[in-house]
Design a protein. Sequence first.
Length: 276
Amino acid sequence: MISVIIPAYKEYDNLVTLIPEIHQTLNGDLHEIIVVDDNSGDGTEGLKDARVIVRKGERGLSSAVIRGIRECETDGFVVMDGDHQHPPSVLPSLARALDNHNLVVGSRYVGDGGTSGWTLSRKIVSRIASLMGRPLCGIRDSSSGIFGTYKSLLNIDKLNPIGFKIGLDIYNKLRYESKTEVPYIFSSRKHGDSKFTSKQVKEYLKQLFYLYIDFFNPRQLGKYCLVGSLGVIINFAILIGLTEAFGFHYIVSEAFAIGVVLISNFILNKHWTFKV
């Protein structure tokens, strides 16, 4: 048996179709669906075929997931978003992978994984976010929000309830022996507006900062920060040089600059920061 945990806030229009799809996809497999709702007041509390937990006085994706983990009746669980951007069709693959691994992550960046309907800027931001978290956990799609593991492998009290990337926190604090990534296609939300804001970016960067402090020894942390700072300088230098000196369009210049920085940071971190 497996639990599917869905944090939600004002996602009724998506959940009303998502929940039946999950049941249909997992037909034949024992499962439960737990929706942790932050008192949306949009009808979510009345959804059928799922256990709905309405939180009053609490907000936030990470803390909602933690509540769902505490409440689930199974050891194995999968976390997915309630906006219908994570396809229920990937759940059987994740559940099967959990039979052989302690941690399974739905990935946009392995095999046939990918995204649908994304702008170039969103793809770039997502890639950068995943690259920033990858050194911490060795997962290509480190910013993925769909993943599965076992409750017994977690110290729930040590999970960070702040922010919206609870997966990254779990990937780093989980006591696992083996992990794998399962490809899936991340699609655009069907209903409602995106909850992605600049505040979430700041929270993610803050989360990364504290995770890196715990992960690195002081010398490695200093090297990593130095490489990151150098990357910022290189980015601006290329951007200004291409736009001002050679007349390239801003978007073209920035895309080229980001590509150079990603490659240079990877090489420096691999052969200097993390060199044994």
